[in-house]
Structures are given as structure tokens and as C-alpha cells.
Ligand binder design. Structure first.
Ligand code: FEO
Length: 400
């Protein structure tokens, strides 16, 4: 993708990664690909805001060259150390002999521990400013959004916020702006991104948004480091983040299970009928064949989750175990959870699932339902009632 002018003298020079399907190792599936966004500001001084993932360094360099020779770059703003944004630095720094890198103290430390280079680096803090000429850049430290080094860069003259990972989406498109893409796909990817990457950081995110709102700075455009730029209505994504960070939920439950010979699946399907009978929205996933990133996204706005597993060697099955490890890390505070499953001669799966999530911040009034071998008609009726009762408990403060 070539350099694209997004505002007078400001260019998008990042790259689209059309083919990436796994992110953060294999913890996040990126079915719509992604992009690594970088922005070039041309003023009396020239600043590059972030770089791209290392394998795409050549494309970044070519994009910058379309606008300006690299040796003219005066500053590289490193909003975030993570390699998808800093990975091109080792390739680009030798081509920018006059460039100084600006970032937080943690960024300086982190970049050194990634690349072991003694680049010219200036540490900046919240409210520090860099005068480029007609424009200035203001820095806002944003630790843990989503690494300790993270920082936002704001340009008051253009009312442009460049918050790096915040407000991003893993969304590969040939378009650069929110108003040019399918709106459902856009919000779907933004929600998926928040749920899978930022969910455990809700308190920090809420505090940072409130801090920025108190600064009373106008924000006309939000240019994140992944996906498209929010120019149509930036408040839309800010308000969505506020809602997600507050843990606002709908009358919705998500049921996730893994089954060995189908008995636990029978239970799951009847439980879903019970949940639905209470008038709430329900999503059902066999975790062994589902996209875990999509399941987590569905869980973000659900009031409750039910997890099922057959018992195998006195424990849960391996795919649900891997999934619950992710759920544990997301710390889904305030959600109600329950467990179910079929066993043979001895149980164990429901107990082990409870044990895994006991410190995850979920509501600890935990219902559980287990049956030996294949559930009969009466046991399936109990599954229906289990679902119905769980759904009713989602709208009350009482126990299950
Ligand atoms: Fe897109 Fe935290 O890196």
C-alpha cells in the first residue's frame, strides 16, 4: 500500500498485512488480517509516528520515500515497544542519521531490550510537547494500554489523536477510514480486539479516557496503529470503550463446551433451550471446533457463561482447558459462571474447571450440573431447568 494523505501534510505510511491469521503467537486469530499503521508529519521538522512489524520494513521505507527522503526525518515517535510497531526500527534507523527517537522511559528500556542499539533517544512524559513548526505534538503516557511503555501522541492543530494500540482493529482493508468500510465488520473487529487484548485492563482504560476528557482536548480524528482511522464519529469508539471498560452487559449468556462422545453436548443443547426459554440471547460453541477469539468477543457483553466438559482422567478435556486458561487471564469481573458435564465412573471435570477460574474475578456463586454417562429424559429436563434458572439468576442479585 502506498503513502496516503490523511490530512494536509500528514500521511499514512504503514502497511496492510492481508495474510496474517494469528497474532500474539497463536492467542488471537485475525480472520480479516491486520495492518501496522505509521504516520508521517511534514512540517519544518519531520516526524514519523511509529514504525511497522519488522518483515514489512521495506514497504514502510518505500512508502516514506514517496513523500520525503528518509534522511530528512528528524524525529521518530515510538508510542509502543511491541515489535509490531517497533520492528522496523533496526532497518530504518541507519537510513535516518538525523533522527531522534522519542518515547517514555519504559519505552527506552524496552527498545534497548529488544534491539540492543544505543539510538539517540529522548524520554518524554505526559504533557511534554515537541514543536515541529506549525504543529506541535503533545505526549500522554498510557501505561498498560497495553504495555507499560505505551503512550498516546496528540496533535492539537489537527485535533488528531494517535493512541497506538488503543481503538485499533485487526482489519485489513484497502480503505483507510471508518466511513469507507462495512460498519458491522468494523465494530465487530473493534469489539473483538478490545475483548481479546484489553478486557483485563478496563479500569486503566476507563481512567485514561476520563483523564483525557478532563484535559478537554478536542478529538476530531483517532488514528490507531491497527485498522482504519476513526474520522466519521470518533466518539463512537470512545463510547464503546467506556461501555466495555465499565463491563456493561446485555441479557446474554455464552455456553462453551467440549464433548468426548456427545453426552456433554446433549446437556449443552438442552441447557441452551432452558436459557433461551427465559428470553435471553444465547450463543453456543463447541470449543474444539470454534474460533476462540470469536468466542471471547461474544463473551465480552454477556452477563453469564456456562462451561461444559466431559470428564477424562478425572479432569476436563484439553481444548476447554486451554480456553479456560485464556478466560482466567481476561479476569471477566462480575460475570456469573456455571459448569456442567457428563462423566463415566468418576467425575472431576466440573470441579477442575471451577478450580481453574476461582481467582478470575467472576461471581463465585457457582452452579454445577453433572450426570453419569448419557443423560436420560429426566436428566435432560434437569438440564433445561438448569439453563432456565441460570438465565433468571443473571437478572437478580440472588444466588442461583
Ligand atoms: Fe499492536 Fe501492543 O501491539
Amino acid at each position: 500500500m502506498a503513502a496516503i494523505k490523511i490530512l494536509p501534510d500528514i500521511y499514512s505510511v504503514g502497511v496492510v498485512d492481508w495474510n496474517v491469521r494469528n497474532f500474539h503467537g497463536h492467542t488471537y486469530t485475525t480472520q480479516r488480517g491486520s495492518s501496522y499503521n505509521a504516520y508521517l508529519i511534514i512540517d519544518d521538522k519531520i516526524a514519523l509516528i511509529d514504525t511497522v512489524f519488522g518483515p514489512f520494513a521495506r514497504e514502510l521505507i518505500d512508502n516514506i520515500k514517496e513523500v520525503v527522503p528518509l534522511e530528512k526525518i528528524d524525529y521518530i515517535i515510538a508510542n509502543h515497544v511491541e515489535t509490531d510497531h517497533s520492528g522496523a526500527l533496526p532497518s530504518i534507523m541507519p537510513l535516518c542519521p538525523n533522527a531522534k527517537i522519542l518515547g517514555t522511559a519504559k519505552c527506552k528500556e524496552g527498545l534497548y531490550k529488544h534491539y540492543y542499539q544505543n539510538w539517540d533517544f529522548q524520554v518524554v512524559k505526559t504533557n511534554d510537547q515537541l514543536k515541529l513548526g506549525r504543529r506541535t505534538l503533545t505526549f500522554i503516557e498510557a501505561p498498560m494500554i497495553h504495555w507499560p511503555d505505551s503512550m498516546f501522541t496528540y496533535c492539537p492543530q489537527d485535533e488528531l489523536l494517535m493512541p497506538n494500540d488503543a481503538f485499533g482493529q485487526h482489519f485489513a482493508t484497502s480503505q483507510r477510514f471508518d466511513d469507507q468500510v462495512d460498519q458491522c465488520a468494523l465494530m465487530d473487529e473493534a469489539e473483538k480486539y478490545y475483548a481479546n487484548i484489553l478486557w483485563p485492563l478496563g479500569a486503566v482504560i476507563l481512567k485514561k479516557i476520563q483523564e483525557i476528557q478532563k484535559l478537554n482536548i478536542p478529538i476530531k480524528i483517532i488514528a490507531p496503529s491497527h485498522g482504519v482511522i476513526w474520522r466519521q464519529d470518533p466518539a463512537r469508539i470512545i463510547n464503546a470503550y467506556i461501555s466495555w471498560a465499565k463491563g456493561e452487559t446485555k441479557d446474554k449468556a455464552v455456553v462453551v463446551y467440549e464433548t468426548m462422545w456427545g453426552a456433554t453436548e446433549k446437556m449443552a443443547r438442552k441447557i441452551v433451550e432452558g436459557l433461551a426459554s427465559a428470553g435471553i440471547e444465547v450463543k453456543l460453541y463447541d470449543v474444539a471446533g470454534s474460533d476462540r477469539t470469536e468466542v471471547i468477543a461474544q463473551m465480552l457483553t454477556a452477563k453469564g457463561f456456562l462451561f461444559g466438559s466431559s470428564t477424562h482422567d478425572n479432569d476436563m478435556l484439553p481444548n476447554i482447558a486451554a480456553f479456560l486458561e485464556i478466560v482466567k487471564g481476561l479476569k471477566p469481573k462480575g460475570r456469573k459462571i456455571g459448569f456442567f458435564g457428563s462423566y463415566g465412573w468418576a467425575g472431576g471435570a466440573t470441579k477442575e474447571m471451577q478450580e481453574m477460574l476461582k481467582d478470575s474475578g467472576v461471581d463465585q456463586t457457582i452452579p454445577e450440573l453433572s450426570f453419569k454417562y448419557v443423560p436420560d429424559v429426566s436428566e435432560l429436563t434437569s438440564c433445561f431447568e438448569f439453563g432456565s434458572k441460570f438465565a433468571q439468576s443473571l437478572n437478580s442479585c440472588g444466588s442461583f
